[in-house]
Design a protein around this ligand. Structure first.
Ligand code: CA
Length: 615
């Protein structure tokens, strides 16, 4: 044998062994659990020409029922059942071609944590803090430049990756606790291996992997455990409507109809009302559901039965793996709605108290209510989605303190939106907010008037529903003169080593920031310990002269909220509110701490809210 041939054989030998053992490139979900109500499991198996192999599984109680081939021979979908008697352990899934073993996958069935099915979720008892992980804090600089990632750190680019990560969130648990928030909604953390504009996380390229620039799956699990030790809940942001164009399966789709394809790039019309509009043209409805959210966001076809299972199992996997307390689902009306309803039902079957909030970005209560569980819809659709964002109230809140008072402008906007709560099966399951990562910061929308931001916070923390606060609100973060999405998603000052300011600490905050922070902190902590504001009944009086008064009450306590939307201080005769006040002699004003011994008259400063615990 000449040296040349020796080299050839040396190369050939390990290569053939290599290919035999790695014909299986991916199995998803990568592992599962025993003890679910639903005993079915469908595995996606990916590997070169995997469809030409035969599959066997040898494990007691873990039975292969059916093998599905699809258009692309590089995929198999395996239907398995896990009997109630199956014990946790490792099953061998074997792939054979022409009687030779061409691949093996050791499939782990884990034991579920005790009480997993009975987990509590976020409710109106909570205050949600929304943060964008790339922009919150960079706790670990070693992950800033991650091998294999198409986009690397560039903090000078407003639309680039800035390096924030899971460690950065972990480093500020004291901060969340000090502020008093009880749940974190973190913008998506899954891998977004896109060329650019990947920091926001809405272009998933791997549904089972935390982006290495944020950390690892294990880091996410650690964060969840650490939050739970402090009584803070974790809400995962998910996107079923689209994936990222850099997703691994985009290079080799299971079938052409895995995504909604068009002869040329076709954008959705973003008009979610086409679903409920009795006059909508079929063309408009079709563009809405099947159009792509963006050039880099291929539209997934959730009507495909394998993709449907894939997404449902993926969310169960994350709930179980990371101990999630809730899910926020992006662009909720955009996927096929029957699939979304099935998803909600499957989750509810496994976790009866689990809460999901859907982003149904519509401007009218009736349109939003259509999507909430229990809604009686004319077309018979039952969405099974427990919670929706209150976009109509957000819209009203942004106008209410800015406009002149009139019959239909100013503070009356809040009153009129709440007056439409008859539309909702469950108004307590509305997430109320003044802003989020997709809209202008509330402060910027109010000409930087801090009084109005305080009014908005006092309102969302005392009205019905589940309040959500966008990170940075507490320290008056602003887009400044910058425009666009990224300007609302700036780096939290102090999250990066060497930042000129550290607003995470009391000494690092300016006087105005401290004032806002302390206002919000006081309100949140007060709210946390006052059941009446979580679940109490709501009753309001028609706004008059720029004054809006409402009460939260239950059998034990009553809280009175007065919003003065005038520039000037107002002295209010309270006789009109005797329906409630007749039962009380005095009150405590919770922000100032003042005791009120005479409830017949109230003085409320201009552009402010007073909250009174009645005694
Ligand atoms: Ca980092």
């Amino acid at each position: 044998m000449t040296p040349r041939y020796t080299l050839f054989f040396l190369l050939l030998l390990p290569l053939s062994i290599f290919s035999q053992n790695t014909v299986v490139e991916k199995v998803e979900p990568p592992f599962w659990w025993t003890g679910f109500k639903n005993t079915d499991l469908q595995l996606l198996v990916y590997g070169r020409n995997i469809a030409s192999s035969s599959v066997t599984v040898d494990y007691p109680g873990f039975v292969l029922k059916k093998v599905h081939k699809v258009e692309n021979p590089n995929y198999l979908f395996l239907d398995l059942t896990i009997s109630s008697g199956a014990r946790p352990g490792i099953a061998t899934i074997q792939f054979k071609a022409k009687d030779k073993v061409v691949g093996k996958y050791l499939y782990e069935l884990k034991a579920r944590k005790k009480g997993s099915a009975q987990r509590k979720s976020f409710t109106s008892h909570d205050v949600i803090y929304l943060l964008m992980p790339d922009r919150f804090a960079n706790g670990e600089t070693s992950n800033d430049f991650s091998a294999g990632m198409a986009e690397q750190l560039n903090r000078s680019n407003l639309d680039g990756r800035h390096g924030g990560d899971i460690k950065g969130i972990m480093d500020h648990l004291d901060y969340f606790q000090d502020l008093g928030v009880t749940a974190l909604w973190i913008n998506p953390l899954l891998e977004n291996n896109q060329e650019k504009y990947s920091y926001h996380g809405y272009s998933t390229t791997d549904y089972y992997l935390v982006d290495p620039r944020f950390g690892t799956n294990e880091d996410y699990l650690k964060l969840s455990d650490a939050l739970h030790l402090r009584g803070i809940k974790l809400i995962k942001d998910m996107i079923f409507n689209h994936c990222g164009s850099g997703h691994w399966w985009m290079k080799d789709l299971p079938s052409a109809e895995w995504i909604n394809q068009w002869p040329e790039f076709t954008r959705t019309n973003y008009r979610a009302s086409t679903f409920t509009d009795p006059y909508a043209s079929q063309a408009d409805s079709n563009f809405f559901v099947r159009g792509w959210f963006d050039l880099t966001m291929p539209d997934l076809n959730q009507a495909n039965p394998y993709l449907k299972n894939y997404l449902i199992q993926n969310s169960i996997w994350w709930i179980e793996y990371a101990g999630l307390d809730g899910i926020r689902q992006d662009t909720y009306p955009y996927p096929f709605k029957e699939m979304m309803a099935e998803w909600c039902k499957r989750l509810n079957d496994e976790y009866p108290e689990f809460n999901i909030v859907g982003e149904c970005w519509l401007n009218y209560p009736a349109s939003v209510a259509y999507w909430q569980k229990g809604s009686v819809n004319k077309d018979g659709y039952e969405s099974s989605l427990p919670t929706v964002f209150d976009f109509p109230l957000y819209d009203a809140l942004n106008k209410a303190f800015q406009e002149p008072e009139s019959w239909n402008t100013g503070i009356v906007r809040l009153y009129e939106i709440l007056a439409q709560d008859f539309s909702y099966p469950n108004p307590d399951n509305l997430v109320v907010f003044a802003d989020n990562h997709d809209v202008g910061r509330f402060l910027d929308m109010q000409n930087s008037d801090i009084r109005k931001q305080k009014m908005a916070m006092a309102f969302i923390l005392t009205t019905r529903g589940i309040p959500q606060i966008y990170y940075g609100t507490e320290i008056l973060m602003s887009a400044g003169t910058d425009k666009g999405d990224a300007s609302r998603r700036k780096d939290f000052p102090g999250g990066w080593a060497g930042d000129p300011q550290n607003a995470f600490t009391e000494v690092g905050r300016t006087k105005a920031q401290s004032d806002m922070y302390n206002y919000l902190k006081k309100l949140i902590h007060w709210r946390n310990s006052n059941e009446v504001v979580h679940t109490g009944k709501f009753r309001h009086f028609i706004p008059a002269d720029g004054i809006y008064v409402y009460f939260r009450y239950n059998t034990k306590s009553t809280v009175m909220v007065v919003i003065n939307n005038n520039e000037a201080e107002k002295n209010i005769e309270t006789g009109r509110y005797n329906e409630f006040l007749k039962n009380f002699k005095s009150g405590n004003e919770i922000i100032s701490g003042k005791k009120l011994d005479d409830l017949s008259k109230l003085t409320v400063p201009g552009k402010s809210v007073v909250i009174i615990e009645l005694k």
